[in-house]
Design a protein around this ligand. Structure first.
Ligand code: ZN
Length: 686
C-alpha cells in the first residue's frame, strides 16, 4: 500500500498538507512585532530559516516545546487580528503566509512524531499537540478580521492573484462568512473530527493480530529467509497482520486455512472499535458540510479537485469499472480455473486465494518465481540505485545530510543539490518498528518557500534492512513514494506556500508518483542496481517476463480499486442515517469487486483512507489515467532521456501548485490529457 497521505492535521485553510516533521525549527527569531499598541502596527515580520532541524527528544521536552510553539502561533494570530495597517501584499499577505508556513513547520513536527516516534508516550503527546495546532488553524480559518484584511489585498502579480484566489476560496470553505453561532459549531465539529481521525487511525495501527504456526504443517511454500525472520514462540512461529509479514504469507503460503485465517484477521483489524468511530466521523462530516452549505461531505471534498463534484466522480467510477470489466472477467476465469486444480468444487475465488493463485499463474505462464526475483533486490542496493538514478536523470547531487538530528538509529538523512546549490533535504525512515506508521508514505515536513525555506520531506516505509531482500512490489513502492518526494522537493520553490511543493489538486497528486513506478519495471534501469548475492545483474529477459506478469490480473485489480473508490464515495454522499456500514460495503463489493465478501469481516474498520481521504479514494485511479498519458512520452523517447526528464522536472514537478493540474499536464504533453494510453494498457493482450 503505497500511499501519500493527506493527514489528519487538517489545515483548514487547505494550506498545509501532510502532517509531519521530525523537526523543530531551531531558535527561530520568530515574530518581530514592535512592542507598541496594536493599532500602530504597520507590518508584521515572521522569519523562516534553513537551519537544520532539531527534535524534542523526551516527553517533557516535547510537551514544553508544544506549549511554547502553540502559544507563539496564538500570539502571532492575535497580532494579525489586531492589525490596523494597510492590507497590502507586502505588509499583510506576505507576513500572513509566513505565519501559516512557520506554524505548519511546527504542526508538521507534531503530526509526524505521532506517526513515527519510537516512544509511545511521546507519540501520545505529539498527537495531542497536533490537535492543538489543528484547533489553531480552525481558529485562523474562521477569523473575520483576517478574512477582511485578505479581501482588501490587490496585486498585479499572477502568482499572488492565484494565491489570493485560493486563500479566499479556502476561507469561504471554512465557513468564515457564517454567523457567529455557526462558526462556533464549525470549530467544535472540526476539533471533534481531528480527535476522531486520530482515534480511527490509532485503532488500526494498534490492532496487530497474530497466528501461531508449525513449520512443517503451515509454512510450506514460504521462502527460507522469511521463515527465519519470524519470531519463534512456545506456540510456534508467529505471523502478524503487519504488511511486511502478511503480504509474502498471502502470496506464497501453501496452507489454504492458514491464509484464510490471516486474511480474516487482517480484515477485522480495528473492529469493533472503529465501527462507532467511523459512524461518528460520517455524522460530524455531514453536519459540517450542511453548515457550510453543501448537500453532503463528498461535494465539499471534491469542490477543489479536478473532478469538481461527487456526481462526476460517480460517473468516473462507473466508466472505469466498465472499461475494466471484460479484462477482469478474463482474469477471474483464469484464477478460478487454476483454483479448480486444487479445489475442484470451488464456486468462486476468495481474496485470500487471489494473491497465492496469481503467484502460481505468474510462475507458470511467465516462468517467474517471486523468490528468484527477490534475490536481485537487497534493500541497500535498491536504495543506492534509486538515488543514483535520480542524480543521473535530473542532474542533481544527493549527499548525506551530516548534521541532521534523527529520531531513530535506522533513519538516514540526505541533501539534494542542483548546480552546487542546495534545493532540499529528505529523511528515509524505511524499516519497521513497534508503534510506527505501518504503510508507506511521503510526508512533507517543510514546504519550500523560494529564497526563504528549503523543502524538507520524509519517506516512511516498512521495508527489509541492509542486505535483506525486497519484494519487487516493495521496490515499486519505494519508487512511488520517491516520486512524491521529488515532486515536493523540485516543486518546493514557489513564493507562496499554497502554490509550493505538492500543493496541487489531490486527484493529480498521485500522477507523478505512479508514473515514476514505471522506472522500477525497466530492464536498463534495473540492471544498474539489481544484483544478486553472486554478483549477477538481473537478466533483461526476466524483467520483460516480470512486466508481462505485472499486468496479469490488472482488470480484476482495477475493479477491486473501484470497489474501494465507491465505498469511500458512497459513505459520504448521503445523509449518514442512510448509510449502513456493513450492508453498503457488502453491496458495493458485490457490484464492483470480482472477489466475494468474506462473512463476518469489516474491512471499513481498517480502511484508513476513509478518514484521511474521506470521499476521494478515486483520486488514485484518476491520477493513474493521467500518469499513463504522461508516461507515454517517456516510453517513446526513453526512460533515461535526460533532456526529457529535465523538462518534466521543470514543467510538471517544478510547477508545484502554481498552475491548475490540467494546464501543467497540457504544457508537458502539448495537448490536453486523455485516457487513450490507459485504455491501451487495459486492452493489450495477455
Ligand atoms: Zn502515492
Amino acid at each position: 500500500m503505497h500511499k501519500y497521505i493527506k493527514i489528519l492535521l487538517l489545515w483548514l485553510l487547505g494550506l498545509c498538507i501532510v502532517g509531519c516533521t521530525a523537526s523543530v525549527p531551531r531558535q527561530k527569531k520568530d515574530v518581530v512585532v514592535p512592542p507598541s499598541p496594536p493599532q500602530m502596527h504597520s507590518k508584521i515580520h515572521i522569519a523562516l530559516d534553513n537551519q537544520a532541524i532539531l527534535l524534542p527528544d523526551n516527553v517533557q521536552a516535547m510537551q514544553s516545546w508544544c506549549d511554547r510553539r502553540v502559544d507563539l502561533a496564538t500570539q502571532r494570530f492575535e497580532k494579525f487580528e489586531a492589525f490596523k495597517g494597510e492590507g497590502t501584499e507586502t505588509k499583510m499577505l506576505l507576513p500572513f503566509d509566513r505565519l501559516l508556513t512557520a506554524t505548519a513547520n511546527d504542526a508538521n513536527v507534531a503530526s509526524f512524531y505521532y506517526q513515527v516516534h519510537p516512544q509511545k508516550e511521546l507519540r501520545d503527546v505529539a498527537a495531542a499537540c497536533a490537535s492543538r495546532f489543528s484547533k489553531w488553524s480552525t481558529m485562523v480559518s474562521l477569523s473575520r478580521p483576517i478574512y477582511d484584511l485578505v479581501t482588501r489585498v490587490q496585486s498585479d502579480d499572477k502568482d499572488t492573484q492565484r494565491f489570493l484566489k485560493r486563500l479566499l476560496r479556502d476561507f469561504r470553505r471554512s465557513g468564515v462568512s457564517a454567523s457567529e453561532e455557526k462558526r462556533t459549531q464549525i470549530a467544535q465539529l472540526r476539533s471533534e473530527l481531528t480527535e476522531l481521525g486520530q482515534q480511527f487511525s490509532r485503532n488500526i495501527n494498534d490492532d496487530v493480530r497474530y497466528i501461531w504456526l508449525e513449520k512443517n504443517k503451515h509454512l510450506a511454500g514460504l521462502p527460507e529467509d522469511y521463515i527465519t525472520s519470524l519470531p519463534r514462540e512456545q506456540k510456534g512461529y508467529r505471523v502478524s497482520t503487519d504488511y511486511p509479514l502478511s503480504i509474502p504469507f498471502m502470496r506464497y503460503a501453501e496452507n489454504d486455512t492458514a491464509r484464510f485465517i490471516l486474511h480474516r484477521k487482517s480484515l477485522n483489524r480495528g473492529y469493533p472499535k472503529n465501527k462507532t468511530v467511523l459512524k461518528k466521523i460520517l455524522v460530524k462530516r455531514y453536519e459540517l458540510a450542511q453548515l457550510l452549505g453543501y448537500d453532503h461531505y463528498a461535494d465539499y471534498a471534491m469542490e477543489t479537485l479536478m473532478s469538481g463534484s461527487a456526481q462526476r466522480v460517480e460517473a468516473f467510477i462507473e466508466q472505469i469499472n466498465e472499461l475494466a470489466r471484460p479484462r477482469s472477467d478474463r482474469d477471474y476465469a483464469l484464477l478460478l480455473k487454476k483454483l479448480h486444480a486444487t479445489h475442484p468444487r470451488a464456486k468462486n475465488v476468495g481474496r485470500w486465494r487471489h494473491f497465492w493463485l496469481t503467484e502460481k499463474i505468474k510462475a507458470e505462464k511467465y516462468n517467474i518465481k517471486g523468490t528468484e526475483v527477490r534475490s536481485y533486490f537487497p534493500y541497500e542496493k535498491v536504495k543506492t540505485g534509486l538515488l543514483q538514478l535520480t542524480q543521473n536523470l535530473f542532474g542533481v547531487q544527493i549527499r548525506p545530510w551530516k548534521d541532521a538530528v534523527l529520531w531513530h538509529d535506522s533513519v538516514e538523512a540526505y541533501e539534494v543539490l542542483e548546480n552546487g546549490k542546495m534545493i532540499g533535504r529528505f529523511y528515509l525512515d524505511m524499516h519497521p518498528r513497534t508503534g510506527k506508521y505501518k504503510h508507506a508514505a511521503h510526508f512533507t515536513l517543510r514546504t519550500g518557500i523560494k529564497g526563504k525555506q528549503l523543502p524538507v520531506s520524509a519517506l516512511v516505509c516498512n521495508f527489509p534492512h541492509g542486505d535483506e531482500l525486497m519484494e519487487h512490489r516493495q521496490v515499486e513502492t519505494f519508487f512511488h513514494e520517491f516520486g512524491h518526494l521529488l515532486h515536493s522537493l523540485f516543486g518546493g520553490h514557489q513564493r507562496w506556500s499554497d502554490l509550493s511543493g505538492i500543493a496541487t489538486e489531490h486527484d493529480f497528486v498521485e500522477a507523478p508518483s505512479q508514473m515514476f513506478e514505471e522506472w522500477a519495471w525497466d530492464p536498463k534501469v534495473l540492471q544498474t542496481f539489481a544484483v544478486n548475492a553472486q554478483g549477477q545483474r538481473i537478466p533483461a529477459d526476466l524483467v520483460r517476463r516480470m512486466r508481462a506478469a505485472r499486468d496479469f490480473g490488472l482488470g480484476a485489480h482495477i475493479r477491486n480499486q473501484m470497489f474501494y473508490a465507491s465505498l469511500s464515495l458512497q459513505y459520504y454522499n448521503k445523509p449518514p442515517q442512510e448509510v449502513s456500514l456493513t450492508d453498503d460495503m457488502i453491496a458495493l463489493q458485490k457490484q464492483y469487486s470480482p472477489f466475494p465478501y468474506v462473512p463476518k469481516t469489516y474491512f471499513y474498520a481498517n480502511f484508513g483512507h476513509l478518514f484521511g481521504y474521506s470521499a476521494v479514494y478515486y483520486t488514485y485511479m484518476w491520477s493513474e489515467v493521467i500518469a499513463a498519458d504522461m508516461f507515454e512520452v517517456f516510453r517513446r523517447k526513453g526512460l533515461l532521456n535526460q533532456q526529457l526528464a529535465r523538462r518534466y522536472m521543470r514543467d510538471v514537478l517544478g510547477a508545484g501548485g502554481s498552475l491548475d493540474a490540467a494546464d501543467i499536464v497540457e504544457r508537458f504533453l502539448g495537448r490536453p490529457y486523455n485516457d487513450q494510453a490507459f485504455r491501451a494498457r487495459l486492452n493489450q493482450s495477455q
